[in-house]
Design a protein around this ligand. Structure first.
Ligand code: FAD
Length: 472
């Protein structure tokens, strides 16, 4: 294996893990637990690693936890057999048990100085510095990062450009979007105000460094000063994409009409033409349109099979197509036949689950022990917060794979809760729970055991019927 800057002897290590994000750190920690006498090397491109703290089980398959950035040496304090090397893997020639956990990089709409993205601490700090002088930003994308940014950034105009019919479509349906939408018209409340403390610090990266640090998580905005005014000014353009990024000189041409949002608009540093023909000016553009797995440094001289989204295709033992090489987290694409109610989404929860399971697989291969697929891959489950509400997604929560052949049961109390169950032949396939519903455990059981619930009909969500007593 070529390290970017220096060659180290690999002989003494039984396991090598590349990446200091959630997947890599969890993998190393679990290898240490399973095989405490083995020497483990973690190679990571940045001096900070991710540590999972405050783990709180919510259901059988779902934990809530915090993720902190810590100096790499702390991993050694907890796991003495783990050595962390700060370096970049430039090329791979594997003869060890090796797990690649190099995460993913943001897809960019354009490689222009007007476009920024958020992935790691460094990019979050750059965003913070650019936003200080901005009056209007344009956010492209409809996933979790775009949704959080639209909610967290106040005191300036936000233009949110989405290709779907409604906001946050990667996670929720139109009804849930309708439930959350009024929050964007409210002023920011005191308790959601950004902390004035800066949580992030960045060591200067080497000039030309192309490898990112670990991906930030749901608290990426904590500690960033995102303006700090209480007013929200959000304009959403739906079912459109960016056609062109234009310089001011381009829009001065005759025939270009600029859509204005207030009467005193001067010249903007950059303009964006949308596929609906509208042209908006803004200070800069935020690209939040998904990620591409970081596989490129490993491909030369190897014959990895890549999955649909460009991740290392892994089998049910987290093995790639190259001998001894495993992969986990955002960098991989599961190639096994998934359980009926599970699918991949590149999220923290899954990075942690895959890192832990990959460790088990690597250990079992050396120890010649048989292991079974982890239970967490039976059911997709994710806990997050959108617009200040607790959000829990279970199973086929958006009717994924069901080709529209499902019914929906809905309970909706404006400003309080939104509960949606996806049902096929009286059996629950998925659920969206927004607000403090306390239904997650019951619904998880109902999806896992596929009980026929036809007799309950709509009473399943009747607030006067205590369904937890029936099914827990
Ligand atoms: P990463 O965390 O990206 O770690 C990759 C590691 O590999 C890094 O340490 C990197 O430096 C290192 N590396 C890369 N290439 C090399 C190389 N060649 N040599 C050596 N080291 C290398 N998920 C959620 O579940 N909930 C959320 O609310 C949420 N919000 C998010 C908000 C933001 C702003 C972002 C960016 C992501 C968010 N995610 C969220 C996604 C989540 O953070 C990722 O899915 C998860 O962190 C992936 O973990 P990972 O360990 O696979 O990769």
């Amino acid at each position: 294996m070529d390290l970017g800057h220096e060659q180290s002897s690999m002989e003494e290590y039984s396991y090598v893990v590349v990446g200091g994000g959630i997947a890599g750190v969890t993998c190393a920690e679990h290898l240490y637990i399973l095989h405490p006498e083995a020497e483990i090397l973690v190679i990571t491109a940045t001096p900070l690693i991710k540590a999972v703290t405050n783990v709180l089980p919510l259901t059988k398959t779902l934990d809530s936890f915090d993720v902190e950035e810590r100096p790499a040496e702390e991993l050694k304090n907890n796991c003495p057999n783990v050595t962390v090397a700060k370096d970049t893997v430039a090329h791979l020639d594997a003869d060890k048990q090796l797990c690649v956990c190099t995460g993913a990089s943001p897809k960019l709409i354009d490689n222009s100085p007007h476009v920024v993205w958020i992935r790691d601490t460094e990019s979050a700090c750059q965003f913070q510095s650019r936003i200080q002088k901005a009056k209007r930003i344009l956010i492209v994308g409809n996933g979790g990062i775009a949704t959080e940014m639209v909610f967290e950034v106040t005191g300036l105009q936000i233009l949110w450009v989405i290709k779907d019919k409604f906001m946050t479509a990667n996670f929720i349906d139109a009804g849930a979007a309708e439930f959350l939408r009024p929050e964007l018209d409210k002023e920011k409340s005191e308790n959601t105000f950004p902390l004035k403390r800066r949580k992030y610090t960045v060591d200067k990266m080497e000039a030309g460094a192309s490898v990112l640090g670990g991906a930030l998580g749901p608290d990426w905005h904590t500690g960033l000063e995102l303006k700090g005014d209480i007013h929200r000014k959000v304009t959403i353009e739906t079912e459109v994409e960016i056609r062109k990024i234009l310089e001011p000189v381009d829009v001065r041409q005759p025939g270009k009409t600029i859509t204005t949002l207030n009467s005193e608009e001067g010249e903007w540093p950059v303009y964006v033409e949308l596929t609906n023909g509208k042209v908006y000016g803004c200070d800069f553009i935020v690209s939040a349109i998904g990620v591409t797995p970081n596989t490129s440094n490993f491909l030369k001289g190897n014959k990895f099979t890549l999955g649909e989204e460009g991740g290392f295709l892994v089998n049910e033992k987290m093995e790639t197509s190259e001998k001894n090489v495993y992969a986990a987290g955002d960098v991989c694409t599961p190639g096994w036949q998934p359980a009926q109610h599970w699918f991949q989404m590149r999220l923290w929860t899954q990075a942690r689950q895959m890192g832990s399971y990959a460790a088990k697989c690597m250990w079992s291969s050396l120890a010649k022990e048989e292991i079974y697929m982890d239970f967490c891959f039976e059911l997709f489950s994710h806990a997050t917060k959108f617009f200040g509400y607790k959000v829990i997604l279970l199973g086929l929560f958006n009717g994924q794979r069901l080709e529209g052949k499902y019914e929906i049961l809905l309970r909706y109390t404006k400003g309080m809760e939104y509960i949606k169950c996806v049902m096929v032949d009286g059996r629950m396939q998925g659920a969206v729970l927004i607000g403090e519903t306390n239904m997650e455990e019951t619904f998880e059981n109902l999806i896992l055991n596929q009980m026929d619930l036809s007799v309950y009909g709509e009473d399943l969500l009747n607030p006067d019927v205590d369904i937890e007593d029936y099914f827990d």
